[in-house]
Design a protein around this ligand. Structure first.
Ligand SMILES: NC(=O)c1ccc[n+]([C@@H]2O[C@H](COP(=O)([O-])OP(=O)(O)OC[C@H]3O[C@@H](n4cnc5c(N)ncnc54)[C@H](OP(=O)(O)O)[C@@H]3O)[C@@H](O)[C@H]2O)c1
Length: 337
C-alpha cells in the first residue's frame, strides 16, 4: 500500500510556561500539514482512525517530559497497522490501540509510529471511537488499583472512587468492582452522569453537585480500605479521614501533591498509618491486553462522552473546550477517519 508523504495533524503550540493554574488556551491548537512519521526499525506505522482528547494536556509544564517539536498532543489512538517490523506479532491490517509514549509524538493526527511494547489488538466488536477512549483511562485505573503497591485493592475491600463520573473514574469504578468482588463495596463520588455509575458496579453513588457534604454520606457507609482519588486538591484532603488506619490513598489528581505534608489532615492520617501514593501512568501494551480481556468478558464498558467528527481545527478546539468544561461523563473522542 502506498502511503502519502504528508498528513493532517493538530499541533500544540502552547506556552512553555503553562502550569496547572495558568494553562495554555485552545487557540494554541493549530491544524497543520506534517510529514508522515518515518518508523524506525522497531516501530509500526499506524493509520489513526480515532484519538481521544486529554483536556488537561494544555496545563502540563513542558519541562515535565521531553517531547518533539512541533508537538502533536493526545496519546490515545485506535488505528490500523500499515507496516511493522519483520518479527512483530502485529501485521499490516491489524486493528490496534495504544497509549503512545508521552515522551514522543501524540496521536491528534492521521498517522503515528510506535513500538510493539505499547500496542494491543482491539477486541472484536469494539469500534474505533470506543477503542480510542480506552488506553489512558483504563491503564491509569488498572495501575492504580491492581498494579501499584503489589495491587492495593483485594477481594472484600471497601473502595472509594472520587471523580467517578470522569473518563478515568468510570474505569476506576468498574475495575474496583471486579477486584473487590461481591463481598466488597464500591463507593463513588461523581458529578454529571452519576445516575449511570450503579450500572458500572458502584454500590453507593454520591453526586457532589447535589451533596455539598458528600463525605458525610460516604462516612455513613463506614471507613474504606482504599481511596482512589481522581481529582486531587480539596477533594483529596476531604478523603483522608474516610480511610481506615493503615489504609491507602492513591491520587492521580492535578496538581500532584508534591509534598503530602502540605495537605490538610495528612499529619493525622500519617499517624494512623495511612499510605499516600501519587503516580503518573505508564504506557503498556501488555496491560492493555489485560484490559481488552476484561472488556471481552463484559466486566468493563467504555465511556465516550462526546464525539468530534473529523480532524478540523475548529471542531477539535470546540471538543477540547467541552472536555475542559466537564459534565460529559466520559472521554472526548475525535473521529479522525
Ligand atoms: N496521574 C496520572 O497519571 C493521570 C492520568 C490520567 C488522568 N489524570 C488526572 O485525573 C483527573 C481526572 O481525569 P479525567 O480524564 O477522568 O477527567 P474528567 O473526565 O474531566 O473527569 C472529572 C470528573 O470528576 C467529576 N468531579 C468534578 N469535581 C468533583 C468533585 N468535587 N467531587 C466528585 N467528582 C467531581 C466531574 O464531574 P462534572 O463533569 O459533573 O463536574 C467529572 O466527571 C485529571 O485531573 C487528570 O489530569 C492523571
Amino acid at each position: 500500500m502506498t502511503t502519502p508523504k504528508a498528513m493532517k495533524a493538530i499541533l500544540f503550540t502552547g506556552s512553555p510556561t503553562a502550569t496547572y493554574t495558568s494553562p495554555a488556551t485552545v487557540a494554541s491548537l493549530i491544524l497543520a500539514s506534517q510529514p508522515l512519521p518515518v518508523p524506525t526499525a522497531t516501530q509500526h506505522l499506524i493509520r489513526i482512525h480515532a484519538t481521544s482528547i486529554t483536556p488537561y494536556e494544555l496545563s502540563w509544564p513542558t519541562s515535565a517530559f521531553p517531547h518533539p517539536e512541533p508537538r502533536i498532543p493526545c496519546h490515545d489512538i485506535a488505528g490500523t497497522i500499515i507496516s511493522s517490523p519483520p518479527n512483530s506479532p502485529f501485521k499490516p491490517g491489524d486493528r490496534v490501540f495504544t497509549l503512545l509514549p508521552f515522551t514522543g509524538q501524540g496521536g491528534m493526527a492521521e498517522y503515528a509510529a510506535v513500538e510493539e511494547e505499547f500496542i494491543a489488538k482491539i477486541p472484536e466488536g469494539m469500534g474505533w471511537v470506543e477503542a480510542a477512549s480506552v488506553p489512558r483511562a483504563s491503564l491509569t485505573s488498572w495501575q492504580a488499583l491492581s498494579v501499584r503497591g503489589g495491587g492495593y485493592v483485594k477481594r472484600g475491600m471497601r473502595v472509594l472512587v472520587t471523580g467517578a463520573t470522569g473518563a478515568v473514574g468510570r474505569m476506576g469504578v468498574q475495575i474496583a468492582r471486579e477486584l473487590v468482588g461481591n463481598e466488597g463495596k464500591v463507593i463513588s463520588v461523581g458529578g454529571v452522569g452519576s445516575g449511570g455509575l450503579q450500572d458500572l458496579g458502584a454500590d453507593v453513588v454520591v453526586n457532589y453537585r447535589e451533596e455539598r457534604n458528600w463525605e458525610e454520606v460516604v462516612r455513613k457507609e463506614g471507613m474504606v480500605n482504599v481511596v482512589y482519588d481522581c481529582l486531587g486538591g480539596e477533594t483529596l484532603e476531604r478523603c483522608l479521614p474516610l480511610v481506615i488506619d493503615g489504609g491507602v490513598v492513591i491520587t492521580i489528581g492535578s496538581p500532584p501533591p508534591g509534598d503530602w505534608e502540605t495537605l490538610k489532615g495528612w499529619e493525622e492520617a500519617k499517624q494512623r498509618g495511612v499510605k499516600g501514593d501519587f503516580f503518573i501512568l505508564e504506557e503498556s501494551g501488555k496491560q492493555l491486553r489485560d484490559i481488552a480481556g476484561l472488556w471481552q468478558s463484559g466486566k468493563i464498558k467504555t465511556s465516550v462522552g462526546l464525539i468530534v467528527d473529523g480532524l478540523t481545527e475548529e471542531d477539535v478546539r470546540d471538543g477540547w473546550t467541552r472536555g475542559l468544561k466537564g459534565g460529559l461523563a466520559g472521554s472526548v473522542v475525535v473521529n479522525v477517519a
